[in-house]
Design a protein around this ligand. Sequence first.
Ligand code: PMP
Length: 286
Amino acid sequence: MALQIYITGKFYDKEDAKISVYDHGLLYGDGVFEGMRSYSGKVFRLKEHLDRLYESARAICLEIPMSKADMEKATYETLQKNSLVDAYIRLIVTRGAGSLGLDPNKTSDPQVIIIADSISLYPAEFYDKGLKIITASTIRNHPAALSPRIKSLNYLNNIMAKIEGLQAGCIEALMLNHKGEVAECTGDNIFIVKSGVLMTPPKDAGILEGITRNAILDLAKELGIIAFEQTMTRHDLFVADECFLTGSAAEVIPVVTIDGRPVGGGAVGPVTRQLLDAFKKLVHSK
Ligand code: PMP
């Protein structure tokens, strides 16, 4: 059976799952989304994802035409329809079809799309041997232009950074903020370990406040690893002992080279391994 996609209350075969070409989500990237995973049939931190989705929508004056409870129900229905238990789930809410102008008041019927499928962000080998990344010259959105805390359908600057990475032979790239501080990678948050201490850029460094990031900070606390938010520059990364990235799609992935400099000994470090294992355990726990 074809993959079943949820669009605003109905299910469609993947090839018939379509929305209007006049939808402002397509015309202007006017909409919001979430990416999350289910493990053994349970969506990891669903409440946090729904809260972020509805907050992103609120920030762009987009009223999601269903309650969080109904969105949760529709998410599980989409999983069940596709007999999926371990899946990547994409929630999308667009502004809806309108006229060929920016005015959101001329749109109607925001579309809610739920896709449950698989995703492989990085080849499996990189989870063992680690990623090589470079710093992109494209910076993260200036917070005065568009808050990076909004998970909007506008990912063009992240895509530009991703292209820079790919052109340099790296499948991931680091993005700085407008002050030149470390923000995050194109779709993942970043952590470093220095002298046994875990650090990640603060929320106001121009990042998306990742749900996996927060799960790692919780795990560190449970494991007795000292962890805090710290403003950092590329220098802090160059002299770090360990580095890794986190995201719902990526999960936890080590970084072993940054701008040609090996991180620590150039191999995956012990704190990264410990957190990677603890994260696996956490997501698979009942
Ligand atoms: N930063 C950006 C820019 C992202 O798009 C994402 C999600 N892919 C993340 C960080 C990680 O967030 P989360 O752990 O909530 O998936």
